[in-house]
Each structure stands twice: as C-alpha cells, then as structure tokens.
Ligand binder design. Structure first.
Ligand code: ACM
Ligand code: ZN
Length: 540
C-alpha cells in the first residue's frame, strides 16, 4: 500500500470536455455506478452484449479476463463468455471486449473503460486496474441487461486501502460465503479483506504444528438445541489457499489477524501455561458453552515461551498468506493482570518500562510485546497492522494503525509518523451496528445509517497534507458476536458497504447523498441478481 489520496492528477482538465468532476449527470444521463467514477462521458448508441461474448486479452491478463467472464455470465443467464488469449489483442475491435495494459497511466488501479457501439475496451495501468474497470462494466451488465449504453470512463482510486473486515472468530462463516463477499467487494472496487481469525471465543486458523489450537479453540457447544451440538469450525491450509487465490484474482489483499495480547482466551484454552497465572484458572477457563465475551484474559508478556510460540505461529501464518501485511490485534487488552504477575513485573523492571512516576507501566510492556511481534513479521518481510491502542507506549514506526475509537487517535498516530487506516466505530464504519435506532432492527451497541456511512471521510477537511499523506484509506468492520448466519451478515453490510466503497474510491468533491440514493435504486437490482440480502428501510 502506498501513499494516500491521488485526486487531481495533472493533465486531466482537458479530458472529457466540460464534464470533469461533474459527477453523476451528463448529457441528460445518470452515471449509474457505485462508486462513482472520477470522469465519465456518455456517448451515442449502445453495445449489445450477445449470448456469446469473446474477451480478448494478453496472457498476462488471463486471470483478470476470467473474472470478467464469470461476472458477465452471471449478469445474464445462458450467456457464455470465452476468453481468447492473444498478445496483440488491442488490434481486435468489432463486437468484442478487449483488455490491455497501458504505459501511459501513472496511478495504481487506474483504468479507462470505453463502451462503443462496436466494441468495449478496458485499458489499465496494471492488472488491478483491469479488474476495477471490469467491475464497472459488470455493474452495467447487471443492471442494464444486454444493451449497455455507450460511454467513456477514466477512473482511479482516492485511497489505496479500501478494506472490509469480517469477524470469523465469534461466528464461523463458510469458505463459500467468504468467497461470495470477496466477489461483492471486488464489484465495489474494495482492495483489502481483513480476516479476523482469532478472539476470546474461537481460534479459527489451522496451524499445522499446533493442532491443539483448533481442536480446543474452534468449537463450542450450541445451547440453542436440546441435544448436545457443537458449533464452530476452522479454516484449513487448503481453505486459506482457496480464499487467498480467489481474492488475488480480484486484486484484493488478504490481511489475516491473530489477536494478542488480549482477546486471546481461545488460545489460552489450549495453552493455559501462556497466561499470567501459568496454568488453568478455573474462573477464567475457556468454557465451551460460553457464548459471548463474558470472559477475558491476556497472554503473559513476561514468559519467553509465549514469544517463542508466537514466533512459530507467525512463521506458519506467513507461509500461508503471501500478502505484505499481518494484523496482530492489540486492542482492549486487560493489562491490569500484568501488574499482578511476577513474570510481567520482572520484565517491566528489567526493561525499565516505567511511567513518569517511576511505577511499572503496562502500556509500555504492551508496546514492547507488540514490538517483538512486529520484529517477527519484519524478519519475514511483513508489516504489522494493529488497533489504535498500539501507539500507547510507543511502537515501531512501520506499524499501520487502525483507528477504531474515533478518528482522533488516527490523527495522533499520523502526527507521530505512522500510516493509518480509519475505521471509526462512531456512526461510520462499524457495520454490526443497527441500521436505525429502533428496537426492531437487529444490531449491536449503536446505530449507523446509510447516510452516516456515506458522510464519513477518512481525511478530515483542513488536515494538513503532510498528515493526510499518512492516511492510507478506510475500512468497514463487521463483528459477529450477534451474527449467526451469512444472510444476516449481508443484511448488516449492505447497502452501507456500497456507501463506504464510494467514500474510499471516489473524489470527495463528487460526494452527493441524494444522487447516491438515486443510483442505489438501480444498484439494488444488482444486489438482487447477486442473491445478496440488504437493508431496505430508510437510508437516514
Ligand atoms: C475493536 O473494535 N475492539 C477493535
Ligand atoms: Zn504475566
């Protein structure tokens, strides 16, 4: 992930005549896409997508061409899309779709989409840009049927980190469902899937050298049935390979998360020796029937064996996930336990981790502990991501900070030189919150309307450029303490995720809630066609 905002590139002012920045309307037509593209211009006529479509692409774009082919087939029952690999595919024209890369584009994920009467061309700066252009074309095919009005689009993202997080620890979601969400995310031009894999309630990732983690930590008794039923599951190496490949084809980066030092009770279920008490504490023991976060514990930062264990886990994790980023948690750690632990006390004294009054400082111990995890990742060529608590007590400068307790901590982190992803829980990015503040709506802790999500901006106005540069983007988070089904997850995500996709991709000057609401009307047809449940009530 690089830099942050990229609007206002040089040389665009002449392009597309007077419509630059005019947003959704031109020539009496509405640009019916979510997120809204940077530049678009309607043209005369339409392209007829027949029952057999040929997509020409160079070998290098074979995977991207297949993604487009599957989307176009889904948009129309019975359509057959054939990918033809040809190095000089750009010479093809009539009644076909042609994909190519261009040296002239300078921005990652930038693309041009030209829909003419006789053919469609997607030209992009890189492979990711081809998929972003394909997502625009697929959206039109889903909502417009076989006749796609002619137009030209030139588009690129505002932020590189356009994320969504799924909590697969509190509720286990099937691989097929995760693939469906990744596909939907790609159709909305998101770029990061943050996969929350462990928490107090479960450890979901198979670590081959430590099978006990999932044997003890991946299943709980489900109390909703009279007969004894175990509920849960975990992701095997093959499952991970499948998800990573599915995401990679759509140019979505998978960022796995293993939580510590807090939110780690499921780990301590199989390794009580890593807790501060060094053994099973009956009052804190992981009970299979526990359902919701009423228990919490912390791993012992004074125990060298804890760190050796994490080194092994991080090694296996990095072998499974090729992406450059790993999230190690760091939030809501009950650090008070460290004060009562002789080993943690010893560590704080040895390392002189003290506050201004000279007392042992557990925040500094957490910073030291997270620093050790970050060094384990760095030695394997990865960069650590952590929740915003990680800046308390100091952490190495290459850490990416996820600002979840509002955006203030993200700004503070940017001032300290950290790169930041904004995902505040306060009526913006926590999509497990209710859609409306009414007793009938399902949801958790608070509420957040579609308009709230749409009104959010990862970069507050007037933030100086040197700080804004540190804000990589934003992320939607879906926690699953109260979610039991994929359908319910869809209902919580949509259409707020559509709103956030526009916040993360499109230029701020094109933000217009009334226009977004109008576009959402036809977008709902796409969600229907994709068999996706969404909230249908008031948007604000
Ligand atoms: C969080 O919501 N505890 C990151
Ligand atoms: Zn301890």
């Amino acid at each position: 992930m690089s830099g942050s905002s990229v609007p206002g590139r040089d040389g665009d002012s002449e392009e597309f005549g007077s419509i630059k920045g005019s947003g959704a309307h031109a020539g009496g037509r509405r640009c019916d896409l979510i997120p809204i593209p940077v530049l678009w211009e309607p043209e005369e006529g339409a392209f007829e997508l027949g029952p057999r479509v040929e997509i020409f692409a160079p070998e290098q774009l074979a995977r991207e061409a297949q993604v487009l082919a599957r989307w176009l087939e889904r948009a129309q029952e019975g359509r057959r899309c054939v990918v033809v690999l040809e190095e000089n595919a750009t010479r093809k024209c009539a009644a076909h779709i042609v994909l190519s890369l261009s040296q002239e584009m300078r921005c990652a994920e930038e693309y041009r989409l030209d829909i003419g009467r006789t053919g469609i061309r997607i030209e992009a700066a890189d492979e990711a840009g081809v998929v972003r252009g394909a997502a625009s074309l697929a959206q039109l095919a889903f909502s417009r049927g076989n006749s796609i009005a002619a137009m030209r689009i030139h588009d690129w993202p505002r932020f590189s980190w356009r994320g969504f997080m799924l909590d697969c620890a509190r509720n286990f979601f099937r691989v097929e469902f995760i693939e469906k969400l990744i596909d939907l995310a790609a159709l909305h031009k998101l770029s990061v899937f943050h996969w929350h894999l462990t928490d107090d309630q479960a450890w979901r990732l198979e670590i081959p050298s430590h099978p006990e983690l999932t044997e003890r930590g991946a299943f709980r008794q489900d109390l909703r049935y009279e007969v004894e039923m175990k509920k849960g599951g975990f992701y095997s190496r093959n499952d991970v390979e499948r998800i990573v490949a599915h995401a990679a084809a759509r140019h979505i980066l998978v960022v796995p998360e293993i939580e510590s030092p807090g939110h780690s009770t499921a780990l301590l279920a199989s390794h009580p020796e890593f807790s501060c008490r060094g053994g099973v504490n009956p009052s804190l023991q992981f009970k299979p029937q526990d359902h919701y976060g009423i228990f919490e514990d912390i791993v012992c930062a004074g125990n060298d064996a804890t760190l050796s264990f994490f080194d092994e886990v991080v090694g296996e994790l990095c072998a499974m996930f090729p992406g450059g980023y790993v999230h190690m948690g760091g939030d809501e750690a009950p650090k008070a336990r460290w004060i009562d632990c002789p080993r943690c006390q010893r560590r704080m004294i040895e390392l002189d981790l003290r506050d201004a009054r000279g007392d042992c400082a557990p925040e500094k111990l957490q910073a030291w502990y997270m620093g050790r995890l970050s060094a384990m990742l760095r030695s394997r060529g990865r960069r650590m991501v952590g929740w915003d608590e990680v800046i308390e007590g100091g952490i190495s400068g290459d850490t990416i900070v996820m600002s979840w307790r509002g955006i203030g901590l993200g700004i503070e982190a940017a001032k300290l030189g950290y790169d930041v992803v904004m995902c505040p829980q306060t009526r913006a990015c926590y999509l497990d919150h209710k859609h409306l503040d009414t007793p009938e709506e399902p949801g958790h802790l608070g509420f957040c309307t579609v308009r709230d999500s749409y009104s959010f901006d990862p970069v507050p106005e007037k933030l100086p450029d040197d700080l804004a540069r540190h804000i990589l983007g934003g992320q939607a988070n879906l926690w699953s303490e109260l979610l039991y089904f994929g359908r319910h997850a869809e209902y919580m995500l949509f259409p707020r995720l559509c709103a956030l996709s526009e916040v993360f991709w499109s230029p701020r000057e094109l933000r217009d809630f009334e226009d977004f609401s109008a576009r959402l009307d036809s977008h709902k047809r796409r969600l229907d066609a994709l068999d996706t449940l969404y909230y249908k009530g008031m948007l604000s």
